[in-house]
Design a protein around this ligand. Sequence first.
Ligand code: 5GP
Ligand code: MG
Length: 180
Amino acid sequence: MENDIQEILLTEEQIQQRIRELGEELTKEYEGKDPVIVGVLKGVVVFYADMIRQIKVPCQMDFMWISSYAGTCSTGKMDVKRDVSVDLKGRHVLILEDIYDTGNSLDFTYKHLMSKEPASLKICTLLDKPSGRKPGITLQADYVGFTIPSAFVVGYGLDFDEHYRNLPYVGVLKPEAYEK
Ligand code: 5GP
Ligand code: MG
């Protein structure tokens, strides 16, 4: 698995250090607000588990699972496969995402959760790839771990063909790895 990595973009230490910094900011932001922290599956699970332990206020955990509409990925049409279970009306909600690329998923998730009338809705993404953004998507993440170039990355929850999610760092795959 490690042999398939061409370059490590973010080391385990860099990621953990940045999560501690974000944790301090989010702890201040959500003091006394009992937020609901919503993770977007599956890519976020590793980041979610580390991030939540650095947000040192009472909070609730919830998850959503979304997918591209039946084979029409390029249209950007999304579908809720599993919705949140906590009632978000009047609650302070924080979305945790693995990566903000074209923006299709985050835009969809944001609108979907806004329709539940939260008191506030903010976004924290581990990675931001602004170069990938689809024209017309103007949503800004409130908290960003790292801004990265346009390469396709794996590890720390992010997959290629459902593999590499368990790497502790974020890396770029060797071109040969795509043909396996
Ligand atoms: P979006 O393009 O809608 O902003 O991102 C949708 C999803 O595409 C992300 O949640 C992630 O699962 C996947 N994605 C986007 N860029 C990358 C990448 O560089 N690597 C991996 N593994 N997944 C990505
Ligand atoms: Mg995702």
